[in-house]
Design a protein around this ligand. Sequence first.
Ligand code: ADP
Length: 270
Amino acid sequence: GATQYVSARVAPLGSQLVLVLAEDRTREKRLDAIRRDFVVNVSHELKTPIGALTLLADAVSEASDDPDAVQRFSRRMRVEASRLSRLVKEIIELSRLQGDDPLENPGPIDIGAVIEQAVDRCRVDAENRDIDLVVRVDPGLEVLGSSDQLAIAVGNLVENAVNYSPDGTRVAVAAQPIGDLVEITVRDQGVGIPSSDLERIFERFYRVDRARSRETGGTGLGLSIVKHIASIHGGDVRVWSVEGQGSTFTIRLPLRLDPATGHPAGATLA
Ligand code: ADP
């Protein structure tokens, strides 16, 4: 617990200072443990594609007289290499989000533009699999933050929705104001998430089905990146899911307040 280093034998005078120092030390120790865990996990995750690449390199050199096999193995090497590069990219992204100043120069961001950017990233995949990508966004919704980060967050949710859904289903993306917040919703008709896993899916590297995540090039970092980005923007992310029926993820963010009226910018349109 957070108070495990707080001593009961603290002198009354200056006890507050000691308490604060003790809590600081606890926090530091906890962060240290989290960091150590992360490094262990990262090394473990990197081992898989590196191991695969090593085996494939051997296979290529042994198959040198079979051009078809060489082609096949090289193709798989490229898949592993791109998985590796995605993993590294997301690890860097995550550590930047956990740094001291993750939101430099936040500006007014149009949610519609963010969603468009995010959905564009998944359109080809969705089309290839006959998944109907429906977008419905109220106009004029603005938040304060980074459009690149928000597009990554929404894009990760849409990408998951597409990846974890059967062909021919629908993925619906929507944004609407709720009081002083904007709610961005991504709803799918996919495989769903067992309730026993729901609490853990935002943890780094946690996957419900490792093999399936691997098949779609997943890293297990997507949702933890979403969580960080939402929280940096003063919001949060939630999930509802029924196994076998589908999932709904929502990101809620504080709307930008119009300095003139003190009301959410764009809310007058409603
Ligand atoms: P991954 O790269 O594996 O997709 P994420 O952090 O994005 O990693 O998600 C963690 C896990 O949560 C996934 O591996 C998957 O099991 C589950 N998950 C995420 N989104 C969905 C979804 N829309 N439908 C079903 N399962 C999902």
